[in-house]
Design a protein around this ligand. Sequence first.
Ligand SMILES: NC(=O)c1ccc[n+]([C@@H]2O[C@H](COP(=O)([O-])OP(=O)(O)OC[C@H]3O[C@@H](n4cnc5c(N)ncnc54)[C@H](OP(=O)(O)O)[C@@H]3O)[C@@H](O)[C@H]2O)c1
Length: 259
Amino acid sequence: MDLGIRGRKAIVCASSQGLGKGCAQALAEAGASVVVNGRNRDALEAAAHEIRRSSGVEVTAVCADVSTQQGQDALLEACPAPDILVNNNGGPAFRDFRELDRQALLDGLTTNMVTPIELIQRVIDGMAARRFGRIVNITSVSVKMPLAGLDLSSGARAGLTAFVAGIARSVADKNVTINNLLPGSFETARLSSAFRAAAKRSGLTEAEIAERSRKAIPARRFGTPAEFGHTCAFLCSVHAGYLTSQNILLDGGDYPSAF
Ligand SMILES: NC(=O)c1ccc[n+]([C@@H]2O[C@H](COP(=O)([O-])OP(=O)(O)OC[C@H]3O[C@@H](n4cnc5c(N)ncnc54)[C@H](OP(=O)(O)O)[C@@H]3O)[C@@H](O)[C@H]2O)c1
């Protein structure tokens, strides 16, 4: 399917590996030029090179912390008038909520709620004026199904979800959409680190934890960054212009609900 976004410009935050990289790769395959981002320069340059070589589109690497003002300035300097914004960032470490002091709480909110809102503030009016905009926030299944130890992630991302629900309605008539993609368990470095932490707590091996998790998913497998990226690219396509303010769960059937 031609997604109709050839020549469009995309900023994909936190995209040197994992889900963000999957989104950048799929958007590039659809013909959009992409700005990729991460803090580790070597990993970022390697990802940019790989996406550039496989897609042939313009790929710009912005090595910066997206949670900072300077990082956001650098992203918008590289792409001042984006048609597509994929908001992504690292997630908080697994921690009992009793251990979260005020600074940790504020940092978590900054990472997973304030940062995407700040970027939306900076791009949305330009998108509305140009009558095309696609914003996708990578959140988490934890918005719907709290995971003990990731309470800060659940809270900050649920806050983001509520915040953008109103905004999405205010720009729907300008062909600007805002949607959230909720990953369940995807094969990324973050998932491996979660298994390592769970192994430490439980006394099981990392492989045992992974196998137990895999078996508990109705699809009996973890998702791949590529399939996550292709769903994101569809949400950014011309075909998804009537789809806004939705929470799209990608979890292999894990969340047990009819709706
Ligand atoms: N994988 C899953 O199963 C899953 C499930 C639910 C939710 N999520 C959430 O989805 C998001 C992506 O997860 P993932 O699995 O793709 O993680 P990942 O494999 O660890 O990749 C994270 C990416 O974000 C970049 N990054 C992190 N902090 C950054 C910052 N401050 N500024 C710029 N770039 C930054 C990392 O590069 P640098 O470290 O070099 O900056 C890396 O490219 C996370 O918020 C995670 O909590 C993931």
